[in-house]
Design a protein around this ligand. Structure first.
Ligand code: AMP
Length: 444
């Protein structure tokens, strides 16, 4: 219950108006730390309720603080990678802060400067900004960051993908050293951990990978294939899958290019995206894919982050990822917007450890696709496994997960249905929690 989280009455009233009764796991874990004034690292994706997890405590702490509001000097700063996200966060502050007397403004590129400059000169308590526009306005002295009490870096991994690292580092130098800092990121690669260490101090850490209801609709299979047969097998599965977009993941950048060439030789038009491609080339490839001009996209994990393309109906793990979490993120690209999706993981004899790590993470064995033309018999694991007979004329779909998720289902403000949260601690709950719930909290 939100009422157990020591939130102020005007916030509870606003939540009540939105029909939010139960905090999501990230909210339940993060809010108590944030109300205490702790720094925090949140490993969470959009859709987990992370915005309210930071917005509610920020609103409460700013209301309680006695610091005066000065022109051009925001008291809370939220950095977001895109204007869409910045606008969405601003909207959330508006909704949750409806019964408080705090002001907020969003500043981002691509729109006229003057209303943003005007808002800043009046003074805003909470500023939500994209890094580029904030840097411009800061350089022009339309905003000063020396009175920021609370700083949030949202979607840090996406920030780095979009090349904002220099802007962020520069902005941090403008903040007062005494502040509360929060960093949210869907993933925590080394580069983010390093960035985090320059931002947060003795942080609490909360982690929630989404119990995505989409994961439920993904038919997952593993196909044992010899390394040398993988590209032929990919062509085969693409051809057996006549509709929808196909996203194939490889581990190495050079492999992405090589595979696109191999596919072209077999008459399959594909595009590659990876970190060595320019932003423009990535965008073009993505556009061709989105529009269906190229039905197949070959991607590395980093390049694929942030891709939100509707209509991907098959995800192929051409190489199994080194990080088991990546598997969950990869297959989550399909089955969006209420559609069904399939995920086939190729596993060669060198990848069985990686497969085991993935299955440990998702807490269930992935059914084996038996009888397909490229079956690498030597790769079969010795223990008994669920198998799915390959139908040949298409990819068979007999596997349905037995359990339904009881996970976090975001609720729109107009909905009157109750929420069903879950996905809290998974320890000891075994398979009763469907899919990919993994959360818990720990301190550094
Ligand atoms: P976010 O991850 O912050 O983008 O939030 C995802 C969606 O969940 C948004 O539409 C929120 O309005 C909604 N939401 C956030 N917290 C709750 C809650 N406690 N109960 C129901 N819906 C929520």
């Amino acid at each position: 219950m939100f009422s157990n989280l020591s939130l102020a009455e005007p916030l509870l009233r606003a939540l009540n108006e939105k029909n939010y009764t139960e905090p999501s796991p990230i909210q339940a874990q993060a809010i108590p730390y944030l109300l205490q004034g702790r720094d925090l690292i949140g490993v969470a994706q959009t859709g987990t309720g992370k915005t309210a997890a930071f917005a509610l405590p920020i609103l409460q702490r700013l209301t309680a603080s006695t610091a005066p509001l000065l022109p051009k000097r925001p008291r809370a700063l939220i950095l977001a990678p895109t204007r869409e996200l910045a606008a969405q966060i601003a909207q959330s502050f508006g909704a949750y802060g409806k019964f408080l007397k705090l002001s907020h403004a969003a500043i981002f590129g691509g729109v006229s400067l003057s209303p943003q400059i005007r808002a800043l000169s009046h003074g805003v308590d909470i500023l939500i900004a994209t890094p580029g526009r904030l840097q411009d306005l800061e350089r022009q002295k339309h905003v000063f960051l020396d009175k920021v009490e609370i700083f949030v870096l949202d979607e840090a991994d996406r920030m780095l993908d979009l090349g904002f690292v220099h802007e962020i580092k520069r902005i941090i130098t403008k903040l007062p050293p005494k502040r509360q800092s929060l960093l949210f990121s869907a993933t925590m690669p080394l580069a983010i951990q390093e960035l985090a260490s320059s931002i947060v101090h003795n942080p609490a850490r909360v982690e929630v990978t989404p119990v995505s209801s989409t994961a439920e609709r993904i038919e997952q299979q593993v196909a044992f294939v010899n390394r040398n047969d993988k590209s032929k097998a990919l062509v085969h599965f693409i051809n057996q899958h006549p509709t929808g977009l196909v996203l194939a993941f490889v581990r190495m950048k050079h492999m992405a290019n090589k595979l696109v060439d191999q596919l072209a030789r077999d008459g399959v038009k594909a595009e590659a995206i990876h970190g060595n491609k320019s932003q423009g080339a990535r965008q073009r490839a993505l556009e061709n894919f989105r529009s269906g001009r190229s039905r197949v996209l070959v991607a590395t994990d980093i390049a694929a982050r942030g891709i939100d393309v509707k209509g991907i109906s098959l995800v192929v793990n051409y190489d199994l990822p080194e990080e088991p979490e990546s598997y969950v993120h990869r297959i989550g690209r399909t089955a969006r917007a209420g559609m069904d999706g399939q995920a086939i993981a190729f596993c060669d004899s060198s990848e069985r450890n990686l497969l085991r790590a993935i299955e440990r993470l998702i807490r269930r064995p992935i059914p084996v696709l038996k009888g397909h033309p490229f079956e690498g018999a030597a790769n079969q694991p010795d223990r008994p496994r669920t198998t799915v007979e390959y139908a040949g004329s298409g990819i068979d779909r007999p596997h349905r997960p037995a359990q339904r998720s009881r996970g976090f289902r975001p609720q729109s403000s107009s909905s009157t249905q109750g929420n069903r949260f879950g996905g809290g601690r998974t320890g000891g709950e075994g398979h009763t929690r469907a899919g990919f719930a993994r959360s818990g909290s720990s301190r550094f």
